[in-house]
Design a protein around this ligand. Structure first.
Ligand SMILES: Nc1nc2c(c(=O)[nH]1)N[C@H]1C(S)=C(S)[C@@H](COP(=O)(O)O)O[C@H]1N2
Ligand SMILES: [Mo]
Length: 240
């Protein structure tokens, strides 16, 4: 199945986004080089399941494949155009692998996706099961490199980039949202929206998306500088 999000009409980009050349490495953990991938990488499934279990890359390879061509939108305001992802649809993974293992009494409301670098994203079950959400292993016909989330990442093109956890190593199914402690002022300023849908400009938990646009945009150059120091060669024109 192929899903194409790239609208051919004039309203191609969601509000407040600007296209960049190429696809920069970006994120919340840029001060570190991309994590080493263990030789036998596996995704741990835990939470509202009868017992936690691991899904190896070989297990994943046995599920039906799906391709999604979509633009990728970072909350800081850059968009990478026309990326072709290939992997396993998260709805299929959920139906085939997670659902049979669920605690029978559990009513799942949220899924938490965790990465090897401890980045994590919280997604409502409705958003996680949308048809364009993938556990992606390939980008533009090649296996993911470490910049973009080797060996497997979440890709949720309708939500801001921080949802798309790279180096995916943990999937936690939950019956309530996790409680996040926004202790410091800095964390409160960058409060995530519970849905994070790009076309609704849900950039922030409490403030209107268009208000926080300029603040997030200022963050791009310092974050890119961190990326360069993190040991990974920056490529493409990331700066606005
Ligand atoms: N594991 C992990 N996943 C992550 C991040 C991160 O720092 N670590 N950053 C997020 C953010 S904010 C963005 S915009 C995208 C960037 O993806 P890219 O580096 O492939 O461009 O990854 C998201 N997923
Ligand atoms: Mo981002």
């Amino acid at each position: 199945m192929t899903t194409t999000h790239a609208a051919s009409h004039g309203l191609r980009l969601p509000p407040g986004q600007r296209a960049v050349e190429g696809f920069p490495r970006f994120g919340t953990h840029l001060h570190h080089p991309a994590p080493e991938v263990p030789a036998h990488h596996a995704i741990e499934v835990r939470g509202a399941v009868r017992a936690p279990f691991s899904v190896s890359m070989a297990d994943l390879a046995r599920l039906p494949r799906r391709e999604t061509t979509a633009d990728f939108h970072c909350v800081a305001g850059w968009s990478a155009i026309d990326l072709r992802w290939e992997g396993v649809g998260f709805d299929c993974f959920y139906r085939e692998v997670v659902a049979p293992a669920l605690d029978p009494a559990a009513v799942v409301t949220h899924v938490v996706f965790g990465g090897l670098d401890h980045h994590r994203s919280v997604v409502t079950i409705e958003d996680a099961l949308a048809g364009d959400v993938l556990l992606a292993e390939n980008l533009d016909g090649r296996p993911l490199d470490s910049d973009h989330g080797a060996p497997v990442r979440l890709v949720s093109p309708s939500q801001y980039g921080y949802v798309s956890t790279k180096h995916l190593s943990r999937i936690e199914v939950r019956t309530a949202p996790p409680t996040t402690s926004h202790g410091s002022l800095a964390l409160r300023l960058l409060e995530e929206h519970p849905r994070s849908r790009v076309w609704a400009e849900e950039r922030h938990g409490t403030l209107p998306g268009r208000w926080v646009r300029p603040v997030y945009r200022w963050l791009i150059p310092p974050l890119r500088a961190l990326c360069a120091r993190g040991g990974s060669a920056p490529r493409g024109a990331a700066e606005q």
